[in-house]
Unconditional design. Structure first.
Ligand SMILES: Nc1ncnc2c1ncn2[C@@H]1O[C@H](COP(=O)(O)OP(=O)(O)O)[C@@H](O)[C@H]1O
Ligand SMILES: C[C@@](O)(CCOP(=O)(O)OP(=O)(O)O)CC(=O)O
Length: 200
């Protein structure tokens, strides 16, 4: 089946959540369930890290991974990205989405109202928002500790209030299983994929 789509996505799932809440883990799981023909993961931090690594001679693979390396550079990357966004709020959204061709897009890391606004205005019919949440204890077990200038800044708190999410996922050991919680999202994705097939 050809996926050379020119018509844009059928569904755009925009994820947000604090660092170590599990955004990468859960969006990977969703892509696993849907397959890469149906679903691509778009990271707004992807083009940011790429450009930042190039300008500062850093190891891009390590910046993209979940380990401590990116934390060393996070505060400076936030400042660098904010400069860019202040000039053009859609800058990273446009770069991250250019070339995406699957019917379902999973955006793994919205952080600011301007990110949501960009997707809602570019894809008003297709955009749904998903919040991933968990306790600070769980985040700490995954390696998180509070850093002033990072955890109290817009990058982490920009979507804490005044957003009504379409779905909220609790990523904790004692919450219902992720498969169960992700069911309505996967259902919407399957529907979007079949309507894309009908359109072809
Ligand atoms: N439900 C889970 N089960 C097992 N490990 C998890 C789960 N959720 C997250 N993790 C692990 O916790 C760490 C942080 O998750 P990650 O997805 O990188 O968070 P974020 O992208 O929100 O910063 C990673 O090492 C990840 O594999
Ligand atoms: C400078 C950043 O883009 C770094 C984001 O890196 P990740 O998206 O990898 O972070 P977490 O998954 O939440 O740990 C943050 C920003 O404000 O743009």
């Amino acid at each position: 089946m050809s996926m050379d789509r020119v018509s844009g996505p059928e569904l755009v799932l925009v994820f947000s959540g604090k660092r170590k809440s599990g955004k990468d883990y859960i969006t990977d799981l969703i892509q696993d369930r849907l397959g890469s023909e149906v679903c691509c993961i778009l990271r707004l931090s992807g083009p940011l890290k790429q450009q930042y690594a190039q300008e500062h001679q850093l190891d891009l693979d390590q910046l993209l991974g979940p380990g401590p390396y990116k934390e060393l550079h996070r505060a400076a990357m936030i400042r660098w990205g904010e400069n860019r966004r202040n000039q053009d709020p859609g800058f990273f959204c446009r770069l991250a989405t250019s070339g995406a061709q699957t019917p379902v897009w999973v955006v793994s890391d919205a952080r600011r109202l301007s990110d949501l606004q960009w997707f809602r205005s570019a894809f008003p019919r297709q955009t749904r928002t998903v919040r991933i949440q968990c306790s600070e204890e769980t985040r700490a077990q995954r390696g998180w500790s509070f850093i002033p200038g990072v955890d109290d800044a817009e990058s982490e708190c920009g979507l804490d209030s005044s957003v009504e999410f379409d779905w909220i996922i609790t990523n904790e050991a004692d919450a219902p299983s992720l498969d169960e919680q992700l069911q309505p999202i996967l259902k919407a994705a399957h529907e979007a994929a079949s309507s894309a097939r009908l359109d072809q």
